[in-house]
Design a protein around this ligand. Structure first.
Ligand SMILES: Cc1ncc(COP(=O)(O)O)c(C=O)c1O
Length: 412
């Protein structure tokens, strides 16, 4: 831009154009996950990077979407969400979380849970507020906090030492993260990228800290139905004392395999909902109207749908993990969500980015470098993440390609 000749004489008098950019975005980098998807397309790689399913969505909900379009549901829905969908969300919160929610006053339907999260943070944070985030973390949370003027404060999740163990955090480290500046904690359970499902004891500890320091819990529960080995999802909002200090975020993307539909929601006490609705209105006005109607149909699927969903994902997990282990990765077995974090020490690469590049370009499999889930890249330098929300054929092809990987011990 600075090398360009002035297109108007007046431009010549501007010594240092600031390129029109805000300081806020200066430190944002492109989403590594979406970049890996582009790399996968470029190199014809099997994409186990981005968490989107490569299989069809349930026929019932596609029909509901088609019917809504045919019935001319074409105009803006009510800003905070179509009544049918809000009623369905409230009903299911009662069934799944045992929580009574007022669909008129406590629900905001957004363009995906992504928008629900940023709308919530913009609605509750002031400059100088701090937001506690467990790391490794879903990459949006850092920039979301910064956009809302808050400072992220990270607490480490440590990988399990033993096979089939779970990621854990240090209670003292968590306690130290809370102080008078803490406005909120963002909690994602079941967790991306680790697959950790927070236990009742862990949630109660977090609850106690929220009560002691007057902190809001913002919980991203979009993988709530994707659970393995009898693990139970416990919603923070269901714990005593948390009803009015929890924002529960969820959406259609993962549970109904429709990440491109962009329908999510935030459930919160009336006062907080009012603030979220204002931000949401100015950001996007509303989520796609016909797809909200389909959302109401989706939330009416029978319980067997969710049992089947989790079972199919368990099969996929158990399909990919042995292939990764055989190729030389040390896998951390997930208890929920549809990702597996894996240690890459056996391959002798300098870091995770160099390894991920090698994997996509030479082996033909895309993964996400672990560093993209950490504040300090070095903390994730020995990890990568694979998504297994893919058909058995895709996973077979990935396994065939991964078998070509060479470990350090293979050379010489
Ligand atoms: C933890 C987490 N939250 C939110 C999202 C995005 O959800 P949505 O499609 O509802 O915006 C993802 C997508 O991968 C995710 O992993």
């Amino acid at each position: 831009m600075s090398d360009r000749l002035p297109s108007h004489p007046a431009e010549a008098h501007i010594p240092h154009r600031k390129h029109f950019l805000s300081d806020r975005v200066e430190h944002f980098t492109e989403s590594v996950i979406r970049e890996m998807t582009r790399q996968a397309m470029l190199h014809g790689a099997v994409n186990l990077a981005q968490g989107f399913p490569d299989f069809p969505a349930p026929a019932e909900i596609k029909q509901a979407a088609q019917q809504a379009v045919a019935a001319d549901v074409n105009q803006y829905a009510i800003t905070w969400g179509a009544k049918n969908l809000r009623n369905a969300i409230a009903r299911q919160m009662g069934v799944w979380q045992g929580i009574e929610v007022d669909p008129e006053k406590e629900i905001t339907v957004c363009c995906g849970s992504t928008e629900a999260m940023i709308s919530t943070l913009l609605a509750v944070c002031n400059p100088g507020d701090e937001v506690v985030i467990f790391e490794p973390f879903y990459e949006n949370y850092g920039p979301d906090s910064v956009l809302s003027g808050a400072k992220p404060k990270f607490v480490k999740l440590r990988p399990p030492q033993e096979e089939n163990g779970t990621w854990t955090f240090d209670e003292k480290e968590l306690c130290r993260a809370f102080d008078k500046h803490t406005k909120a904690i963002i909690l994602n359970t079941p967790n991306n990228p680790t697959g950790k499902v927070f236990t009742r004891e862990e949630l109660e500890l977090i609850r106690d800290l929220c009560l002691e320091f007057d902190v809001l819990a913002i919980t991203d529960e979009i993988y709530e139905h994707i659970l393995y080995d009898g693990t139970e999802h416990i919603a923070m909002v269901s714990l005593a004392g948390m009803r009015d200090r929890t924002v529960t975020i969820n959406g259609m993307s993962k549970t109904y395999s429709v990440t491109g539909w962009r329908v999510g929601w935030a459930v919160a006490a009336e006062k907080i909902t009012n603030a979220i609705r204002k931000v949401h209105d100015f950001l996007t006005v509303g989520a796609p109207a016909p797809l909200q109607e389909a959302g109401a149909a989706a939330l009416s699927l029978p319980p067997a749908y969710y049992v089947h969903l989790a079972e199919r994902y368990r099969e996929r997990r158990d399909h990919l993990m042995p292939a990764l282990t055989a190729a030389g990765f040390r896998c951390f077995q997930p208890q929920g969500a549809y990702y597996v974090m894996a240690d890459i020490s056996a391959f002798g690469f300098d870091d995770d980015v160099a390894f991920a590049r090698h994997l996509v370009q030479k082996i033909g499999v895309a993964c996400v470098p672990g560093s993209s889930f950490y504040r300090h890249p070095r903390d994730g330098a020995k990890q990568v993440r694979f998504a297994f929300c893919k058909t058995p054929a895709t996973l077979d092809e990935a396994a065939r390609r991964l078998a070509k990987l060479r470990r350090l011990s293979d050379s010489g």
